[in-house]
Design a protein around this ligand. Structure first.
Ligand SMILES: Cc1ncc(COP(=O)(O)O)c(C=O)c1O
Length: 365
């Protein structure tokens, strides 16, 4: 059976909404009203100026961002933010930053920070194989940290925070790459949020950074321009040539979220329903489909599991491929199976996978 986008369960880049893909296809031929292909439109054109403004406005509407927040569209992915954050807010502060090491990606962020200053690992799930997030217990966090950094959804292990870690008095900086816009965000509790596009927002190449404007005054003066949030802000996210194509898709995905889905609460309900379908099958066959994450920390974006033996994983993944399900292999660091249920993954396609998993377990468990 051939693959179809609607059955793309990849960890990212992954599925995008069908209506957006249709708009992209058309825009590659000709962006309506311009006579030109999307791939040849200048980032200095009036069209792009309006596009960027619209993307920002849609984000502000979806999240309820007020003027205290700056919105930036950057490049360099989440990895660049692993460095920009401590370069800007840890170096020369004399304080230590608290980091939560709860999975592959938050672990990756750590060395970037230790190069810039003093880092305190407030929690590490490494010894337990990153199966659980820290419990909701304030004690472990320093009340005088420069900031607390964590990853809201650990994409590789399928762990998602369903509580707010840390102290109300310490600034929270969060990598939301794999669950950004999958649910409403209570902005009062955050100071800096970043997310690359290639999960819920569009193709790789664009990264959204939201930060409180009052942070800008605290930054060192001698940062390289390209790594300085202030320079990007002053240049309106056009310090150099931005990824016009990726940002076109981002703007259209935001439009889809508003118009077709109806906003973040509606999106959250759909995402919860999708995740519930897969976890229900896992819980029906717990000896066969063995979830990686502790139950209370289960992610609604990435459902990660192992079958009893590695060869069972291989056989299952082969069967999935034959059925037309794509992108289900676990991350290379963990193996097993991972079904990613980003915003564009539909209820019907998720039900198809759940039905298949039930059928497969009935035959092989
Ligand atoms: C939560 C999270 N943070 C960071 C990254 C790294 O992102 P990038 O490749 O955009 O640098 C990933 C990659 O999937 C991720 O899932």
């Amino acid at each position: 059976m051939g693959f179809r986008d609607e059955h793309n369960f990849s960890g990212g880049p992954g599925a995008l909404p069908a209506s957006v893909l249709a708009e992209v296809k058309q825009a590659i031929e000709e962006v309506p009203g311009t006579g030109l292909s999307l791939l040849g439109l200048s980032h200095r054109s009036d069209w792009f100026t309006a596009l960027l403004a619209s993307a920002e406005e849609r984000l502000r509407q979806l999240l309820g961002l007020d003027g205290a927040w700056a919105v930036l569209f950057l490049q360099g992915g989440a990895t660049q933010q692993f460095s920009m954050v401590p370069m800007s807010f840890l170096r020369r502060t004399g304080a230590a930053a608290d980091y939560i090491e709860a999975g592959y990606w938050s672990a990756k962020s750590l060395p970037h920070a230790t190069r810039c200053g003093s880092v305190r690992v407030a929690f590490s799930g490494r010894a337990e194989g990153f199966r659980a997030l820290p419990d909701d217990d304030r004690q472990r966090y320093a009340s005088d940290a420069a900031y607390l950094h964590y990853v809201s959804n650990e994409t590789v292990e399928g762990l998602q925070f369903h509580h707010l870690p840390g102290h109300a008095t310490v600034r929270r900086f969060c990598d939301m790459s794999s669950d950004f816009l999958s649910r409403p965000i209570d902005l009062d509790h955050f100071d800096l949020i970043y997310a690359h596009a290639q999960k819920n927002l569009g193709p790789a190449g664009a990264t959204v950074v939201l930060l409180r404007r009052d942070l800008l005054a605290q930054m060192p003066a001698d940062l390289p321009d390209f790594l300085d949030y202030r320079q990007h802000l002053a240049a309106g996210s056009r310090l150099n040539t931005p990824p016009v194509f990726a940002l076109f898709v981002v703007e259209r995905v935001l439009h889809w979220l508003q118009r077709e889905i109806g906003g973040l609460s509606a999106m959250q309900e759909i995402n919860a329903a999708k995740a519930a379908m897969l976890y229900a099958v896992i819980d029906e066959f717990p000896q066969f489909y063995r979830p990686h994450a502790r139950r209370v920390d289960r992610s609604q974006m990435n459902v990660v599991l192992h079958l009893p033996r590695p060869e069972d994983d291989v056989a299952f993944l082969q069967a999935c491929t034959q059925e037309g399900f794509v992108g289900l292999a676990g991350h290379r660091s963990l193996g097993g199976v991972r079904a990613s249920l980003y915003n564009a993954m539909g209820l019907a396609a998720t039900r198809d996978l759940a039905d298949f998993m039930r059928h497969y377990a009935g035959q092989h468990a």
